[in-house]
Design a protein. Structure first.
Length: 220
């Protein structure tokens, strides 16, 4: 048993050890735990623990067995450990099937946005959205036709509202829909360059901490 308070200590430990199971708090002493997956393969099953539910979908894109909200109840902990034991059995379902089963139990995702247009408002269906862009402390919805509307949400909030099968955050500036991705190329420092439609003024780069999840999402 090891107790590791920081991202750095955890990364160093995992580079030299292969534990059976990790209980991982979202917020560590020196940053968010997802930094662990930046440039480092972590194959150990993980039970995430946190006081917030906003990271739930992101957690299930890595090797997550379960997601426990604080304060953690004993019965929830026992259930998570039982789930972990089931996953270790040869007949256990692949993680993708488990994630899809989990998604089937979730409430419906947002299907439209009411956005300001001139002096009035218009309704934009989620299917019309190409991507969301965070720029100059504002977040914009960009449609497939290139129309741009400000929205009153952060990218993290939007990620929680939208289907993870259709949308993925690739950096602190971009949340992409599956329909906008035209091409993906390797980029230096283990990152990816994404060509989107409609085109952007700046390059859309998948940062290292999102690369693994993005590749899995593209194959979904």
């Amino acid at each position: 048993l090891e107790v590791l308070p920081s991202v750095l200590e955890t990364a160093n430990y995992l580079a030299n050890h292969q534990p059976d199971l990790i209980f991982l708090d979202i917020q560590l002493a020196d940053g968010i735990c997802f930094e662990l997956f930046e440039g480092q393969a972590v194959d150990t099953p993980i039970i995430f623990t946190t006081a917030y539910d906003e990271y739930m979908q992101r957690a299930f894109k890595v090797n997550s067995v379960d997601y426990l909200l604080k304060p953690i109840r004993e019965e929830d902990l026992r259930a998570s450990l039982a789930k972990y034991r089931r996953y270790q059995q040869p007949q256990a379902l692949p993680m993708r099937q488990l994630f899809e089963g989990w998604l089937a139990d979730q409430p419906a995702y947002k299907c439209r946005f009411m956005v300001k247009a001139g002096r009035g408002f218009v309704s934009v269906e989620v299917g019309e959205v190409a991507y969301f862009l965070a720029e100059n402390k504002l977040v914009y919805l960009i449609t497939g036709e290139g129309k741009r509307y400000a929205v009153d949400y952060t990218l993290d909030q939007l990620e929680g509202m939208l289907s993870p099968k259709e949308f993925i955050k690739v950096s602190r500036n971009y949340l992409l829909s599956s329909t906008c991705v035209q091409r993906v190329d390797a980029y230096f420092n283990h990152r990816l360059l994404v060509t989107v439609s409609p085109p952007t003024k700046e390059e859309v780069i998948v940062t290292r901490s999102y690369v693994k999840a993005f590749k899995a999402w593209m194959e979904w």
